[in-house]
Design a protein around this ligand. Structure first.
Ligand code: GLN
Length: 529
């Protein structure tokens, strides 16, 4: 049963979509063990440079694979994705497997339980390959704020793979996993998808349980799927979605029919609205050009496209960067060196007080961006300023939600570029937090309002890097964005040829990694800004 595959055959296997893997497993043409081995081989070869995975669980993944293969051989009826491997962002707790959230604070922390999303992957019998890199506590748009080094973009190793979920997007784009779990508080699934030529969905707030997912900003956080095709994202969405009594904000309703919607090709009668505030100025011209072409494709697919204005989106960024730090400063108060995580003995103090231990531990455990946001959030929440900052931002949030409501009275789905630029160079925005924040301009409104968003590839810009477009739908109507995303994907695929994936046109990442490893030591390669 465990006939070995040659390396070349293994490579081929990693190229399959998750849907195709599932079909071939069901047909008995493939074993899960072969699939897992193929991915582990590739991870071993490429991950030392890409740094997409922080931790690989070869043993665990192989054990699940063998169980699935045995069950299938025994004629057991299995879930659709049984045996298809998956990667998990290091923000979701995995029982017995270190979970760091990209922070020194949790560098050695082993969770005593599984997040609901992880439990659902296990119930779906999906081998978990490992935990993916991320900006510390999911704060960032580049994965450069990880305490464990940046992840590299498989399209260009000197560039960022987006953030905070750059590990998951890079793993999927480099065929180190067919599927991955991400989390999106302000764009951390969608923007990484856009800059790596992959698909990423942020479900409706409450659509996927947050239980056991390390909290950044609880009113914004949402778990979702990362994939290479819209159908694959929908398949994973259906596995992880649905009500969970362990999360008080979880929606008690069936998962929207996203998989069925992913079969849509004809958009006749569908109304699509271009968000005026999320195009034009500030967007890289060829990002705008790919966006315009995508819109033209939707028209050809039968959609009626109009422009709609969401005037308060202009204030989304400042509102978000008050609400997020406020909630984060409160959530991160739990890292007090007493309950779990890093504990540092302050230097030169014989019998330190609890406060001294706490201060020393938080100083050593948190990185600069996390400290910046804790300071900002604590300030915004302080007695004299609460109304002026947090209170005001919450009012803006309401206005943004109303903009969405008004827009969805006119159209079924909204569209914009996912990110204003293609992947920037590692180091480019490291010294300028505001420049980093501006990258989130198009993704943040959805989190503030709780509506779902999907990023799909829209082609390649003049710099040879992928561009993504974002589809936004009303809360609990996630299927609408999948329908439009699928129709767009199909039309672009027909135009691009090959397998129809924009990743077909990415440079060979194995060659890039070999060249990278031989040209210079990694120290020399530290960005020459
Ligand atoms: N880039 C945004 C931030 O830094 C989004 C983060 C996220 O979605 N986790 O807050």
């Amino acid at each position: 049963m465990t006939e070995t595959t040659t390396p070349a055959a293994g490579e081929e296997l990693t190229r399959l979509t998750a849907a195709a893997m599932a079909d071939r497993l069901t047909a008995g043409e493939l074993t899960s063990e072969q699939l897992v081995h193929a991915h582990l081989d590739r991870i071993e070869r490429l991950n030392p440079v890409l740094n997409a995975y922080l931790r690989v669980d070869a043993e665990g993944a192989l054990a699940t694979a063998r169980e699935v293969d045995a069950a299938r051989a025994g004629g057991e009826q299995l879930p659709r994705l049984a045996g298809v491997p998956v990667a998990v962002k290091d923000i979701a707790c995995t029982e017995g497997l270190v979970t760091t959230a990209g922070s020194r604070m949790l560098a050695a922390w082993v969770p005593p339980y599984d997040a609901t999303v992880v439990r659902r992957l296990r119930e779906a019998r999906m081998p978990i390959l490992g935990k993916t890199n991320m900006d510390e506590f999911a704060m960032g748009s580049s994965t450069e704020h990880s305490a464990f080094g940046p992840t590299r973009n498989p399209w260009d190793l000197d560039r960022i793979p987006g953030g905070s979920g750059g590990g998951s997007s890079a793993a999927v784009a480099a065929y180190l996993a067919p599927l991955a779990i991400g989390s999106d508080t302000g764009g951390s699934i969608r923007q990484p998808a856009a800059v790596t030529g992959t698909v990423g969905a942020k479900p409706t707030y409450g659509g996927v349980s947050r239980y056991g997912v390390i909290a950044l900003a609880s009113s914004l956080d949402q778990i979702g799927p990362c994939a290479r095709t819209v159908t694959d994202a929908a398949l994973l969405h259906e596995v992880i979605g649905g009500h969970d009594p362990m999360d008080s904000t979880s929606i008690d309703a069936p998962v929207p029919p996203v998989l069925e919607a992913a079969g849509t090709r004809d958009l006749t009668g569908l109304r699509v609205g271009i968000v005026s505030e999320l195009t034009g100025e500030g967007y890289q011209p060829d990002v705008q050009a790919r966006f315009d072409e995508a819109v033209a494709q939707l028209r050809e697919a039968g959609a009626e496209v109009v422009e709609v204005s969401c005037p308060h989106f202009r204030y989304a960024l400042p509102a978000y960067y008050l609400i997020l730090p406020s909630e984060a400063s409160s959530n991160l108060a739990r890292y007090d060196a007493m309950r779990y995580g890093l504990r540092v003995h302050p230097e030169g103090v014989d019998r330190p007080s609890a406060e001294q231990v706490m201060a020393a531990s938080r100083d050593a455990g948190f990185g600069d961006e996390v400290k910046r946001r804790i300071i900002l959030g604590t300030y915004a929440l302080s007695a004299g300023y609460y109304e002026a900052y947090y209170g005001q931002a919450q009012k803006v949030r309401t206005l943004i939600a109303r903009d969405f409501e008004a827009a969805f009275e006119q159209v079924d789905v909204l569209i914009s570029p996912t990110a204003p630029t293609t992947a920037f160079r590692i180091g480019d925005k490291a010294e300028d937090p505001m420049a980093m924040y501006r990258n989130d301009i198009a993704t943040i409104p959805a989190n503030l309002a709780g509506v779902p968003g999907l990023s799909v590839p829209a082609g390649i810009a003049g710099d040879g890097l992928p561009v993504g477009v974002q589809l936004l739908a009303p809360a609990t109507s996630d299927e609408r964005m999948y329908a439009v995303g699928a129709a767009l994907e199909a039309r672009l695929a027909a135009q691009w040829g090959g397998s129809g994936s924009v990743l077909d046109r990415a440079p060979d990442v194995s060659a890039l990694v070999d060249a990278f490893a031989t040209t210079a030591s990694s120290a020399d390669r530290e960005v020459t800004a």
